[in-house]
Design a protein around this ligand. Structure first.
Ligand code: NAD
Length: 259
């Protein structure tokens, strides 16, 4: 299916690896030019080179911390226009909520709630004026079913979800949609780190915890980031103009509810 977005420009944050990279790669596969961002220059430059070589689109790499005002300004300035915005940044640390200080909470809210809101604020009016915009926020399955060790993520991402639920119903009349993609367990570096943290707490080897996690997924495996990227590309497609304010859970059947 031709997604009808070739030649558009996307800003994809947190895109040197993992789910952000997968979203960038899938959009590039549809002919979308990219500004990709991550904090560390070398892996980001390699990711940009690989995506450009594989797809032929223009890929601009901006190494910066997207959770800072300066980082966001640099990323935004690198795109001639932002037709598609994929919000993403590293997730907050795991731990018991008693261990977290007010500063820890502010950092989590800054990264996983206020940064996406700031980037939406910076881009949404121009999207409305052009009568095309697609915004996808990478959040977490924790929004639908809280994850015990991820109190910071449960809280901050739910705040973003509530905000988006309101705005998405305003922008859709202008062909600007805003949706959230909720990853379950995907095979990325973040997943490996989190698995190691949980294994350490339970005093078992990381591979034991990894297998325990896989056994909890009805699909019998971790998600492949490419599967996630393809869902992102669909939400950014011309055809998805009637889909807004949704929380699209991709978790291999892990969430046990009927709805
Ligand atoms: P990852 O660690 O594999 O990749 C994160 C990417 O974001 C990297 O490119 C990193 O350089 C970049 N990044 C991190 N902080 C940044 C910042 N401040 N500014 C710019 N770039 C930054 O992580 P992932 O597994 O791809 O996860 C992406 C998001 O999805 C995270 O917020 C994570 O918590 C969430 N998530 C992931 C899973 C999973 O199973 N992988 C599950 C639920 C939620």
């Amino acid at each position: 299916m031709d997604l009808g977005i070739a030649g558009k420009w996307a800003l994809v944050c947190g895109a040197s690896k993992g789910l952000g990279y997968a979203c960038a790669r899938s959009l590039a596969g549809e002919g979308v030019n990219l500004v990709i961002n991550a904090r560390t220059a070398q892996p980001l430059a390699e990711a940009a080179q690989r995506i450009g070589d594989e797809t032929g689109v223009t890929v601009v790499a901006v190494a910066c911390d997207v959770t800072t005002p300066q980082g966001r300004a640099e990323a935004l300035a690198a795109a001639p226009q932002v037709d598609i915005l994929v919000n993403n940044a590293g997730g907050p640390p795991a731990g018991d909520f008693r261990e977290f200080s007010r500063d820890d909470w502010i950092r989590a809210i800054d990264a996983n709630m206020l940064t996406p809101i700031e980037l939406i604020r910076a881009t949404v009016d121009a999207m409305i004026a052009r009568r095309f915009g697609r915004i996808v926020n990478i959040t977490s399955a924790a929004v639908k079913a809280p994850i015990d060790a991820l109190a910071l993520s449960n809280g901050a991402r739910s705040g973003l979800t509530g905000f988006v639920a309101g705005l998405a119903r305003k922008t859709v009349a202008h062909n600007v949609t805003i949706n959230n993609l909720l990853p379950g367990m995907f095979d990325t570096e973040r997943q490996r780190q989190f698995t190691a943290v949980v294994a350490g707490r339970m005093n078992v080897a990381p591979e034991v915890e990894r297998q325990r996690r896989i056994a909890s997924i009805p699909a019998g495996r971790l998600g492949d980031p490419h599967e996630f990227g393809q869902a992102c590309a669909y939400l950014c497609s011309a055809q998805a103009s009637f889909v807004t304010g949704q929380n699209f859970l991709i978790d291999g059947g892990t969430y046990p509810g009927t709805f």
